[in-house]
Design a protein around this ligand. Sequence first.
Ligand code: FAD
Length: 339
Amino acid sequence: MIEPLYGPRDASGVWVHLEHEDNGLDTVSKEILGRARLLADERGQEVTAVLMGSGAGQLAAEAVSFGADAVLVADDPLLAPYTTAPHSKVIAGLVAERKPDILLLAATPNGRDLAGRLAVRLRTGLTADCTDLRINQSTGLLVGEVTGFGQGILATIECPEHRPQMATVRPGVFPRPEPDPSRAGKIEKMTVHLSETDRPVRVLRRSLKRGVDITQAERLVVAGRGVSGDLALVKRLARLLKAEIGGTRVAADAGWVSHERMVGQTGSVTHPKLAVVCGVSGAFQFTVGIQDAGTVIAINSDKDAPIFDVADFCIVDDVFQILPRLIEALEKQKDGRSE
Ligand SMILES: Cc1cc2nc3c(=O)[nH]c(=O)nc-3n(C[C@H](O)[C@H](O)[C@H](O)COP(=O)(O)OP(=O)(O)OC[C@H]3O[C@@H](n4cnc5c(N)ncnc54)[C@H](O)[C@@H]3O)c2cc1C
């Protein structure tokens, strides 16, 4: 067994690695801060946020307002934009010195990259892509819930010996807490020891594409294989409902919707008030992405499709027969011509 860097007896506190862009904390970091606050309160511990970047200190107060008791600010030009080596060096140094019990990161491209590197460096485990985080009431350990590993398996993972207990969480999994500008917190500026040799990779050019974020959608119309690539009706319904369009993996892989619109385990976990799910079988890897939806309306021609097990309203019929009728009814309602 690999020797831990430090063990449970030396560890204390819940840490959150924060991501930020354009002078504001990323939504996912706020969501994780909210859950960290609950976990820390259950354990009687503090929440510490780690802010790294160039000029990142200005976001410390925002981190406090979203639940941090303390913010460690590592401010250095070599920390912007994100690259793996300097970020992992700085945060690994802080962890080794201060020994947090729990370290949470976002399951974003940068967060995933950093978490993997850190777990190896800190000789600890990493529960990646959690769909829930809670405290085991009998052991006090962090429990990370992860879907996957084949059909229908929900794994709960603990890290009993090594510290910190690390986990990544995807955007949209936890609700975003309301900021409380009256909260007080301790802001500490860290001394950063970095030189050019610590940054072997240079970012020469960045191209940003502002895409859609279906995790924040209030309404979703989701297309599955059953729509056979014909999204005209799905788009009309989405327009009428002021909904975003989502898709299954089949729909995304076929190019009917962009991958950022994919719902599910490897797509996005969404929380719409209403989801209209069209021609989707209801594989577990998909339904995990709508399990927190308020109302699910499923249309499927197969009465035995598993999607009906999670739907509130089940329409057993051809999607191309049902969608025009739904659209017509909504258009009439919009025109004040209700039947
Ligand atoms: C590790 C892993 C991760 C995955 N992650 C995801 C993920 O994040 N998201 C995801 O979606 N999938 C994911 N998948 C794939 C998932 O297992 C399913 O294969 C996928 O969700 C099926 O998509 P579908 O429902 O569109 O297609 P199908 O399973 O083929 O279902 C199509 C459905 O449409 C119905 N249908 C056909 N024609 C009509 C019609 N005219 N009218 C009405 N109904 C009709 C059929 O009865 C059928 O139930 C993952 C798989 C793995 C192994």
